[in-house]
Ligand binder design. Sequence first.
Ligand code: ATP
Length: 407
Amino acid sequence: MVEIELENITKTYGKNLALKDISFVIKDKEYFIILGPTGAGKTTLLKIIAGLERPDSGKVLFDGKDVTAKSPGERNLGFMFENYALFPHMNLVENVAYSGRVHARDKEMTKTLVDQVLMMTLLTGRDDALPEELSGGMKQRVALCRALMNLEQTRLLILDEPLKALDAGLRMNLREELLLMAKSKQLELTVVHVTNEEQEAMMVADRIALMNQGEIIQIGTPHEIYYVPKDLFVANFLSEINYFEGICIKNETPLWDIHQKSVQKDKFYAEIHEGSSPMLLDLGFDSQFAACVKNDVFEQINHGEKILLVVRANHMKLRLGDRLIDKRNGFIGKILRRKFMGVFYRFEVSIKVKEKEKKVIVTIPATTEIHEKFLEDSEVTIYFPIELGMVFKYPGEQTIQDILKLE
Ligand code: ATP
């Protein structure tokens, strides 16, 4: 239970600017995720919050009090960093119990707590194992157990990729456990959790801060980050995307009712649509396209200006044959490749834009019909609901290449 405020934090290592003037607030009792690619500065930021690193400039405030110069011990927090730092000469139970000893609990109480955290992390039964005898995932769980040992005296839990080396099933369970624990009435923790996995972020976060190259690019709820990404970097970080270059059209009457579905028929789409206006787009096809744009962005983009339209692969719809007559925002294409991915199929579809071939990725839940009928070489119609098209001011060829790492 603590509100954390970061004010103009800057950190350099030699010539390397790891954090550039970072300011934001983590609210009391919030499960806050710091997400970003490798080297973004996530761990550095976390260490500054924990007191393991000092910023070059800027302040860290806990509940309004300046703690910038305070040690981790004085900040009253539990933390787990990526390098597990287990004591090599202590066995599993001793490693976990150590932090109980530090906080001067009686033996009985420590044992109960150790048993609880070991059970939660499925480590029961390996009491005597030394760190060198444990797998990477087990060591990680022991380190997590140590961070969890002091929670009743802790107001803040700091986790650096706590679930990284674990297999999928265990990772899923532990995510749920962490969330339940953080939100339990007895603890009501503030949690700051670093990850580079977007699924993990989506599942546990109240809010996510997405970082890149030492900067915070966007902070928002998982829903905001997913449906209203600030730019191409954010959109691309969260799932596979398709992008199209186009022109904004503001001086034509739409040839189809671009307001209809969202407002009247579908509550979910209507929610995404809130505070947005549909923008007509020329993508270089014969037909008109449209996508919803947040009102402030709509105002900033002028008629005739170049834009980038982004549609997530899982927001594209796929139908067999030519269905353009009854599907708006659609393209005709041919399935080049399809790949069974377990719960979904991933299709690479070739379409033509101004006589040039373009590849569009579509992912859809795997069903018997998809398996039997949507075969390679089939002609298909791809289309997308206007609410799920994301429009950005054109960021320039080089930026697109850099973000999407195109050759
Ligand atoms: P990852 O996901 O790979 O852990 P990250 O987002 O946590 O990455 P940081 O570890 O915070 O990123 O590193 C940010 C930048 O600062 C990187 O360029 C890194 O090389 C540099 N850096 C971090 N720690 C040090 C250090 N002790 N000495 C020198 N450079 C450092």
